[in-house]
Design a protein around this ligand. Sequence first.
Ligand code: MEV
Length: 424
Amino acid sequence: MSKTIKGFSKLSKSAKIDWLATNFTHDPISFKETLSSYWNSDKVIQQLHDEFIENTISNYYLPYGIAPNFIINGEPLAIPMATEESSVVAAASLVAKFWSTRGGFKAKVLSTEKTGQIHFFYTGAFEDLQSYFESNKQRLLDSTNDLTHNMRKRGGGIQAIQLIDKTNELANYYQLHLSFETIDSMGANFINSCLERIASQFKKEDIEIVMSILSNYVPNCLVRAEVHCPIDELGKDGRAFAEKFNQAVQIAHIEPLRAVTHNKGIMNGIDAVVIATGNDFRAIEAGAHAYASKDGKYRSLTHCSIDDETFRFWIDVPLSLGTVGGLTTSHPLAKLSLKILQNPTAKKLMEIVAVAGLAQNFAAIKALITTGIQKGHMKMHLQNILNQLGATDVEKTQISNLFKETTISHSSVMTALKKLRSMS
Ligand code: MEV
């Protein structure tokens, strides 16, 4: 028995599982059964998933749901969401319906710039570096012609290249800072390939390249989504609701402890669509939270105003998304999601994803300032608790009826199930 191994990646899938089962489990048979029960019966699909990463031994499912009734810039859309959090799709659906009779969501891409940097160290005179950069600038850009050819045909490519002096923050540190337009692709591979090519052409004896990589901070790849309506259309106590809602948003604007949770709720909606469409949710998360701190303090990504009896609620969020390339083109469900979304351009997907974030935040704040969050959460969570307790379908129906008007907790459900079972 050895808990470390050489050449694991070279083993077959079943040899990998055998090694793992022997060394890291107490019940190899059920371990293998669980893993294999998540394999796809279609060998082609399974192979596709096996090849997405290294050392694949099974698939990890996430529920894939639909939030219907979104109206975005006048167009009705049903939004696919991949998430494990029980209330997310229900909340999105409710909010979509609510705003569908109040003018729907408006969304607009404000900018689409992406950037990447070549980080390097240089100890000579700045003027010499500057003149080397200026006299070689065109050669550096031309060196990427084969890489940028297709992108340029579609109207994208490298937009600018600049030399940046960072030596006041770190001795001898400079950057080549490049901006890109990547049209419908997220562009990570494109950007990184261009950067590495330029770095290889730029380096010389006295220029020590440290690394070349895109930035996931994309404050100039920004989208705005919003809803607005007259206050009295918000419901019976429209003004009181609008004012309390506004207070909740103001709190998240000035109090980072609240802002983190507030923005987490926004990301519940954003990530679910980002994952469903095969985009990179870690990049989106990192960029969104950095943007939330752009003025030196972590703040809410959403904003609210009440002017002239009009309630307005909006989000500005940086989203670097693609609708071609990467997983968007190779994952069958990502492709399907894009079909459901009527094959959007990357810009349109930015609008949809921002709307999903705004809707989720609207649902959370509405619940928080009225009934509290637990009512809806626990209602959705009830099925999870019942599954954990091994309830049958009949028991699930009976317990769900019982808890229609009662507060749900793990222990109260357990007690009710015990009681039910003792009676039968
Ligand atoms: C839970 O996943 C998200 C919320 O906490 C967001 C919020 O508090 O605004 C409900």
